[in-house]
Design a protein around this ligand. Structure first.
Ligand code: ATP
Length: 370
């Protein structure tokens, strides 16, 4: 099946109006999406939005209440998990510590009763894929957290699935290891070329790893897009504040003609935007708020610096992150402070609470909301 949005891409999983109810709880309210062959796809959303339920139905651990799931063009209704071309990677602690690395990896193959030499070759190949060649005889409990995670992955890859399913596989790891594993998993997915579907509630993880992300709230996909599109063109305020930080300011249309729309924006003043810059389906009268990302505002240091628009505000709080400082600044005319992020370059002083900041921003960096 071809993808209508990207005709080059082949659809590996087609979800069509999938719903799932558990008694009175409607966990999924109609999910329609095509997942492309070879992509790293994430299901992202807050706790309880239905991501695990959806992943489990793709895996075949559960059936939809209504709607259909097709994998590689075949309808999956009534097909058991072990007969689907999918394989689930569980968190690293799901490996058997008392078994050797090789026995852990070959676990799923045992039932196939392959000749010994072939079995060994398959295991070694899977280990090499995850960069653990030669680790077969080691006891699994002697491995580090990151190595265990790779064993869990090799155990899935050895079954030669068309789709690898990952349910928060990195959540048990500490931050440093998690950051490293995110990159490793991404590289590994690229090198094996198999479709990966990741469930995560961590927006940063989804942005780093994915080709495309489905942002879910309350059993529905609110936006399905590339990380960059989600960040730059969120469809609504809920998506915008879930993906990164967004400052929202009230806005009113003060005039419009065929070329441009004039907005009167809280604290920022008048902003003219070209009509062509309006998101699809949005009319000028729909605009009630604008969004500005923290990095789209700048704290100007010397009085000679110019910006397209300069506003004054008082620094309320600073959070220092080494390479970056986040400022909470109360702009004139606003009650709630806005968040501004600044890169800490050499010689740049960090402002203290109570100091007056001159804030510059480019008017074309605003995002329009209903
Ligand atoms: P989390 O990140 O916390 O795992 P999630 O987005 O994966 O959340 P799901 O686990 O899919 O969310 O749950 C979606 C909704 O369905 C929740 O309200 C949950 O309580 C409910 N739910 C899930 N499984 C069952 C079940 N077996 N029986 C009853 N309700 C369920």
């Amino acid at each position: 099946m071809r993808d209508t949005e990207n005709p080059q891409a082949r659809t590996i999983i087609a979800l069509n109006a999938v719903t799932k109810s558990f008694g009175a709880v409607q966990a999924l309210k109609g999910i329609t999406a095509n997942i492309r062959e070879g992509e790293f796809f994430s299901l992202l959303g807050p706790s309880g939005c239905g991501k695990t339920t959806l992943l489990r139905m793709i895996a075949g651990f559960d059936e939809p209440t209504t709607g259909t799931i097709a994998i590689d063009g075949k309808p999956m209704a009534g097909i058991a998990a072990n007969h689907r071309p999918t394989n689930m990677v569980f968190q690293s602690y799901a490996i058997f510590p008392h078994l050797s690395v090789a026995d852990n990896v070959g676990y799923g193959l045992k039932k196939r009763r392959l000749p010994k030499a072939e079995y060994r070759r398959e295991v070694e190949q899977a280990l090499e894929m995850v960069d653990l060649g030669g680790y077969g005889p080691r006891a699994a409990h002697t491995l580090s957290g990151g190595q265990r995670q790779r064993v869990a992955l090799a155990r899935a890859l050895i079954m030669k699935p068309k789709v690898v399913l990952l349910d928060e596989p990195l959540s048990a790891l500490d931050k440093k290891l998690r950051d490293q594993m995110q990159l490793e998993l991404r590289q590994l997915q690229r090198s094996v070329g198999i479709t990966f579907i990741l469930v995560t509630h961590d927006q940063e993880e989804a942005l780093i790893m994915s080709d495309r992300i489905a942002v879910m709230f309350d059993g529905q996909i609110e936006q399905l897009a590339t990380p960059e599109d989600l960040y730059r063109r969120p469809v609504n305020q809920r998506v915008a504040s879930f993906i990164g930080v967004m400052n929202f300011l009230g806005a009113q249309v003060s005039g419009s003609d065929e070329n441009q729309v004039s907005l009167d924006v809280q604290a920022l003043g008048r902003i003219d935007i070209p009509r062509a810059g309006l998101p699809e389906g949005m009319k000028p009268e729909d605009i009630h708020r604008v969004g500005v990302r923290p990095e789209m505002m700048t704290i100007l240091i010397d009085s000679a610096t110019t910006a397209e628009r300069i506003i004054e505000g008082e620094v309320v709080e600073t959070s220092y992150y080494g390479d970056m400082t986040y400022y909470a600044v109360r702009l004139i005319g606003l009650e709630e402070p806005v968040t501004i992020s600044m890169r800490n370059t050499a010689g740049r002083a960090v402002l203290r609470p109570g100091e007056i900041a001159r804030v510059g921003f480019a008017t074309d960096s605003i995002i329009l909301f209903r």
